[in-house]
Write a protein that binds this ligand. Structure first.
Ligand SMILES: Cc1cc2nc3c(=O)[nH]c(=O)nc-3n(C[C@H](O)[C@H](O)[C@H](O)COP(=O)(O)OP(=O)(O)OC[C@H]3O[C@@H](n4cnc5c(N)ncnc54)[C@H](O)[C@@H]3O)c2cc1C
Length: 370
């Protein structure tokens, strides 16, 4: 039987020759040979049992495509997780444990938590994408990281169709990274994620949100009145994001296109000769255990905001055809009209080359390029 016949005889919802541009918030990409939607966990089991006979066909797992750039089409099967739901699985005086399905929209989950006065993910409001993708790159914003509230996740091994649970240490969370971006890349499909949220008091103490991200304080003053509630913080985060970042409804965008870069203090000194105002942040090594394995192991190092470097090099708001960077943020590559995946790749490569020529630094893309 061909894969086409197998899918036809299954109960799975699927399409052939599906345009990918509508499944990535970058709005580029050609067609996928097969595009299968997973609405229930049972669909995932059926699919994996069927896929055992077609493993020569490449498989790509997709959520809402807000961190995925399709450089072209996909000669294989795209499996989109659209299984939804949030379930309370435990509660005590202090905490509530919620299990959410992988295809559940992340922001709706955050809103659910805030509506129920549960704290732990409110600074991650308005990040596009699904629950299932959140642990993959350990999403973070405004001083909060999803691993702070993470308890465990369930995932199916692609080769065996067996389900297993991963606790926090097993996920090896790091800066914009986890085991699912490294050792277990393309080996597991996350079906649900469980978070432990703290019951919030009526008003949030200033020290609590300020210690997480200072600039929230300024925007809070504008959008709410003291003493602030969890909802006030949630709305302040949405407001700050609307002001600073390109919106999915207005542009093709994947948010930040590059990760911030770690350099040794020695390298920083070298760069300061050329860029006296270069921005940098001291780094607590304990927060980045994976970096200890790399060339920075024995050195002191700092984090430099790549957006600052790109702006300094003239990339902010620069368009080449319909591809460019956002006028308010050089780290955000956008499309503002019809474009191809290759045009985005070409633009990205030009940015990388310009940073390398000016600093010797090889910046790394944050997005998944397919
Ligand atoms: C405007 C904008 C702002 C953004 N701001 C932020 C931000 O502040 N902080 C931040 O961290 N990110 C940010 N992002 C990036 C993006 O929102 C996150 O990475 C998000 O988690 C991606 O979710 P998704 O469902 O769209 O993932 P997709 O793009 O569909 O997938 C991303 C990766 O995860 C894998 N994957 C997806 N689902 C599963 C699953 N169920 N099992 C296994 N693997 C899976 C995919 O194979 C792919 O490698 C932003 C993006 C945009 C467009």
């Amino acid at each position: 039987m061909t894969i086409s016949e197998s899918l036809k005889s299954s109960l799975l919802k699927y399409k052939e020759n599906e345009p990918l541009a509508k499944h990535s918030t970058m709005r580029v990409g050609d067609k996928a040979d097969f595009f299968v939607e997973i609405h229930f966990e049972e669909d995932l089991k059926s699919f994996l049992n069927l896929y055992k006979d077609y493993t020569d066909l490449p498989l790509l797992i997709l959520g809402e495509g807000s961190n995925t750039l399709f450089s072209d089409g996909f000669r294989g099967i795209v499996l989109q997780m659209v299984n939804k739901g949030i379930e309370k699985i435990d509660e005590d005086n202090e905490f509530v444990t919620l299990k959410a399905s992988a295809g559940q929209n992340w922001h709706e989950f955050v809103k659910y938590c805030v509506d129920n006065n549960l704290s732990g993910v409110e600074n991650l409001a308005f990040i596009p994408g699904t629950i299932g993708a959140a642990p993959v790159q350990n999403i973070a914003a405004y001083g909060q990281v999803q691993e702070d509230a993470f308890l465990s996740l369930e995932a199916f091994e692609i080769s065996s169709a067996e389900k297993r649970t991963f606790d926090e240490p097993e996920c090896q969370f790091d800066y914009r990274s986890s085991i699912f971006k490294n050792e277990l890349k393309d080996k597991y499909i996350i079906s649900s994620v469980t978070y432990k949220l703290k019951k919030a008091s009526e008003y949030i103490p200033e020290t609590s949100y300020h210690s997480r991200y200072e600039s929230l304080g300024g925007i809070l003053e504008e959008v709410a009145q003291e003493p602030y509630t969890l909802k006030d913080i949630f709305h302040a985060v949405i407001e700050i994001r609307k002001r600073k970042l390109p919106q999915v409804k207005d542009y093709g965008t994947l948010g930040s296109f590059f990760v911030n870069h770690f350099i040794t203090t020695e390298k920083l000194k070298e760069l300061q000769d050329k860029f006296p105002d270069i921005q940098y942040y001291p780094v607590d090594k304990m927060q980045y255990p994976a970096l200890e394995d790399q060339s920075l192991k024995d050195a002191e190092f700092v984090k430099i905001p790549v957006g600052w470097l790109l702006e300094e090099l003239g990339w902010k708001g620069k368009m080449i055809g319909n591809v460019g960077t956002y006028e308010k943020h050089a780290l955000c590559v956008i499309t503002d009209g019809p474009a191809t995946g290759q045009e985005v790749i070409d633009y990205m490569n030009k940015m990388k080359q310009s940073v390398f020529d000016a600093t010797g630094i090889e910046i790394t893309s944050e997005v998944n390029i397919v």
